[in-house]
Ligand binder design. Structure first.
Ligand code: GDP
Length: 613
């Protein structure tokens, strides 16, 4: 049956059946599913005001519109669902502990330290690292691998705790946004001399949203102006009621600087874990977990710190981590020592991957290298499509034409390069939250870990993008090419600074908004006619100041007779004046305008740019 014409094009209509398309599918993919010709779909969309090509990735909305038009029930499959299905096709059920209750063993809590800037998160992580007395023989924690584990004594038993070494809730939330939850407990650091601040509340909300119990570290109690009681009162208002007030949140007074009561904090973390969480995992299965930090090392290639969540990871295992795969060549712990195996909650640096996974990517051990490669390749292809979809954006014909007409850009394109996948993601996440209204958009067209390469610069040149280097520098000919092509490369080492600057740039790109500011008014009392310069108005300035070269309008009986005039000349007595104030007489002419009458009012004003907040 040939369907009725849609937008003048004949395409067989569906009868409401479901078709599944992955996010970022193209019209060609759609056409394939329904046995139609992609070019016809392009035409149908064109008739609906959407300009897309056959192979371009399109967003969910366009897929839905097309589905409705052709009577198909379009289901756009999310990357998470797709990944689950992909793994299922290999008979892998990620995220589940195998076996029964008795197969589960207790595992240490994984902790993220959050709080307001400068309240001592970094210092506290350092203090915990160096106060790790039990592990002293191991030579102390010397390596920053993105996470570390310490041991502490609670009620005569040795208990371990894993700390994620990237403080702040940005990384935590970026990971969670990707469906990965690494953190069991959040330590909320509040400086006792400063009290609860905006990011304290933000961090608290993020932890709550994730359903993660909080231990409050009231820091800087060594300072004379510290007021730990006040912090307790303030946080009570946010629903964190201290145990000593009858609530269920543990507050611990510490000084990261003086290493005061770090043991007390560690104990509280263990006690909170015992009281509110059942942290157990099966150590006897193939390992699974998430990548928490990864980068490209000059000598060692891709290195990734992974957190084992269940099972035991061993040297020689074949693993997939996001779009990367490989066989574990070696594992290092936070002391820089080689380890042969890693049990649940243990962070280890893994060598041997083929590529750099993203922070928050899941990893799993699979039975052989071939399977690892197949999964990784499928994931990579999918990521590529998704990235293309993002690049495509949605643009209607009208937008497109307006854009062409104006011949100007209303979109800032960025390429992000950073020293680690965690920082790149945190940066992208923070950038995506910048809001400067609808007139200007920001889009990250490419991102990656490592030095800024010539390829990055070429892409930036081709698409008019700005490159953001976070703790990285250009390599090879990249600088030379950037200079030649006029590509702007900006370097940052602090995320907030990058965000601030980009936000300012976005505001600069906005067309300025102006408002009128009244300058002064003058009443015309006499008119002098001059054959050379036209009619001169003899005025009395009745309010404000009349300035030469300012904009003016002429009012007669309260109505505007002429607008957008210029004060061409201005005299006081016989002399030229640049301005004349209230209460003084002046003579003035209006550029190209002679139709003035006695009693008219000259009102002057200027246009001032309204700063955007
Ligand atoms: P972050 O931004 O939360 O990571 O804060 P930092 O750990 O960088 O600390 C900010 C500043 O506070 C640094 O100058 C630290 O030396 C200082 N600081 C951190 N903890 C303490 C403390 O317990 N006592 C005192 N007096 N200063 C501290």
């Amino acid at each position: 049956m040939q369907a009725p014409a849609v937008g003048g094009v004949r395409v067989r209509k569906g009868d409401g059946q479901t078709i599944r398309l992955s996010r970022g599918a193209s019209l060609t993919d759609f056409a394939e599913k329904i046995g139609a010709d992609a070019a016809s779909l392009v035409q149908i969309l064109f008739a609906l005001g959407e300009l897309v090509t056959a192979t371009q990735s399109v967003n969910d909305e366009i897929l839905q519109i097309l589905g409705e038009e052709l009577n198909y029930d379009v289901q756009v499959v999310s990357p998470e669902d797709e990944d689950r299905e992909l793994l299922e096709s290999f008979q892998i059920a990620f995220g589940n502990d195998e076996g029964d209750d008795e197969d589960l063993a207790a595992r240490p809590p994984v902790v993220t330290v959050m709080g307001h800037v400068d309240h001592g998160k970094t210092k506290l992580l350092d203090a915990i690292r160096s106060a790790n007395v039990v592990d002293k023989e191991a030579g102390g924690i010397t390596q920053h691998i993105g996470a570390y584990q310490v041991a502490t004594d609670v009620d005569g038993a040795e208990r371990r705790i894993t700390f994620i070494d990237t403080p702040g809730h940005e990384a935590f939330t970026a990971m969670r946004a990707r469906g990965a939850q690494a953190t069991d407990i959040a330590v909320l650091v509040v400086a006792a001399d400063d009290g609860v601040m905006p990011q304290t509340v933000e961090a608290l909300n993020h932890a709550k949203a994730a359903g993660v119990p909080i231990v409050v570290a009231v820091n800087k109690i060594d300072k004379p102006d510290s007021d730990p009681t006040k912090v307790r009162g303030q946080l009570t208002e946010y629903g964190l009621v201290p145990e000593e007030y009858g609530g269920d949140t543990m507050f611990v007074d510490v000084s990261a600087k003086s290493q005061l009561n770090i043991d007390g904090l560690l104990e509280s973390i263990v006690l909170t874990a015992d009281a509110s969480l059942d942290l157990r995992a099966n150590p006897n299965q193939s390992a699974e977990g998430i990548a928490i930090e990864a980068h490209l090392d000059r000598g060692r290639g891709p290195v990734a710190t992974v957190l084992v969540q269940r099972g035991t990871l061993r040297v020689g295992d074949s693993m997939v981590a996001g779009p990367a795969h490989g066989r574990v060549r070696a594992m290092l712990d936070e002391h820089g020592d080689n380890v042969e195996q890693a049990d649940p909650s243990r962070p280890v640096l893994v060598l041997g991957l083929t590529a750099v996974p993203g922070a928050g990517d899941n990893f799993m051990v699979v039975s052989d290298d071939r399977m690892a490669r197949q999964i990784a390749e499928k994931r990579e292809a999918r990521e590529r499509n998704a990235a293309l979809a993002q690049r495509a954006g949605r643009r209607t014909l009208e937008d497109f034409m307006q854009h062409m007409e104006k011949g100007e850009t209303d979109e800032l394109l960025l390429i992000l390069k950073g020293d680690g996948s965690g920082s790149v993601e945190a940066l992208e996440d923070a950038l995506s939250k910048i809001d400067v209204g609808e007139d200007v958009a920001l889009r990250v067209i490419d991102r990656g870990v490592g030095a800024i390469t010539e390829t990055n610069v070429m892409l930036a040149a081709a698409s008019n993008a700005v490159i953001i280097g976070f703790n990285v520098r250009p390599q090879g000919k990249a600088t030379e090419v950037a200079d030649r092509e006029g590509v702007d490369i900006r370097y940052y080492s602090v995320i907030y600074q990058a965000i601030d600057e980009i936000e300012a740039a976005l505001k600069g790109m906005l067309k300025p908004e102006f408002e009128e500011a009244q300058l002064g008014r003058a009443e015309i009392r006499e008119i002098f006619r001059s054959s050379k310069i036209g009619n001169i108005a003899g005025c009395m300035v009745t309010s404000g100041t009349i300035k030469r070269n300012s904009k003016a309008r002429l009012l007669r009986d309260g109505a505007v007779v002429a607008d957008n005039l210029d004060i061409a000349s201005l005299k006081r007595e016989r002399d030229d004046a640049s301005e004349v104030r209230e209460g003084f007489e002046c003579g003035l002419t209006l550029k190209g305008f002679n139709d003035i009458k006695i009693g008219d009012i000259v009102e002057t004003f200027e246009m001032r740019e309204i700063p955007r907040s």
